[in-house]
Design a protein around this ligand. Sequence first.
Ligand SMILES: C[S@@+](CC[C@H](N)C(=O)[O-])C[C@H]1O[C@@H](n2cnc3c(N)ncnc32)[C@H](O)[C@@H]1O
Length: 304
Amino acid sequence: MGLKIHNIPQAFPYQGSKRKLAPAIIKFIPESAHRLVEPFAGSAAISVAAAFAGSVNEFWLNDAHAALMCLWHRIIHDPDGLALDYMTLWQSQIGRERDFYNQVRSDFNASQKPELLLFLLARCVKAAIRYNRRGEFNNSPDHRRKGMMPGTMQQTLHLVSEALGRGTRLTSTDYKQVLAGTTTSDFVFMDPPYQGVAKQRDNRYISGVDFDEFVCELESLNKRGIPFAVSYDGRTGDKIHGQKLPDHLQLYHVEMLVGRSTQATLLGRSEDTFESVYISHYASVAQRAGARPVKSRPTELLFA
Ligand SMILES: C[S@@+](CC[C@H](N)C(=O)[O-])C[C@H]1O[C@@H](n2cnc3c(N)ncnc32)[C@H](O)[C@@H]1O
């Protein structure tokens, strides 16, 4: 039986999380892989899913956002202490939600404490990390919800910590340094920021990704024989988001259905949203993944 999304715990909500695609993406992990490396980890949806499916049992999570990696450190090494801190914050907000959120936000900007970031991610609009020009987290609270219930958070953090294990390597550096440290027994899953948001200026945390530099890094992985997959933008209906990865990389392009625009459906148009995933080692995994070729585009495969 395949892994189902609702069986995979999510340590914290995160905009851009690949949780929905995780059951399909982990099928690309080659049998030879001993370790899964995520240079753009975010909420590490693919590593968590792979840990639950038992696809690999060693992980390296990296993200340029240092406070996020401090949160990961606490999730893995002190899930119960973190859950307790979250419960205290969650209960303290009752009856004064808006003021309390603002207070936590300014405390986080001063201290960078992981439990405060967890609370903010659970409470903010679209679970999105937004920083202003001064490098301060400035996203607003979502007034419709209070954040995950403390009991559920405790269970979730515990499950994620157990699944990834204390041996998980955690770093906060630029993705290029991580790629330099990978070997042929790794599988690298890369989910860089969407190209539209990649070039943010005056931002303390998100260093962003230059397209040409990224392509050079993928060339180098190819030369070194390191298997990888990249999730990179996609399309809605006929509208393609961002630049496609170039053909000379010889990657296999898979389009994964992530959603259907209800507004477009009402207007009588079919506007499905697809995420593009490129894989470097097609022959070994495509069949196992149950990929279905799209006739008009022979190198593209579709997962419905
Ligand atoms: C689309 S998100 C990844 C989401 C992740 N796959 C998940 O399931 O949650 C991209 C991440 O890349 C990080 N990032 C941006 N530029 C980076 C860089 N140059 N090196 C490493 N990480 C970077 C961002 O902080 C962000 O968390």
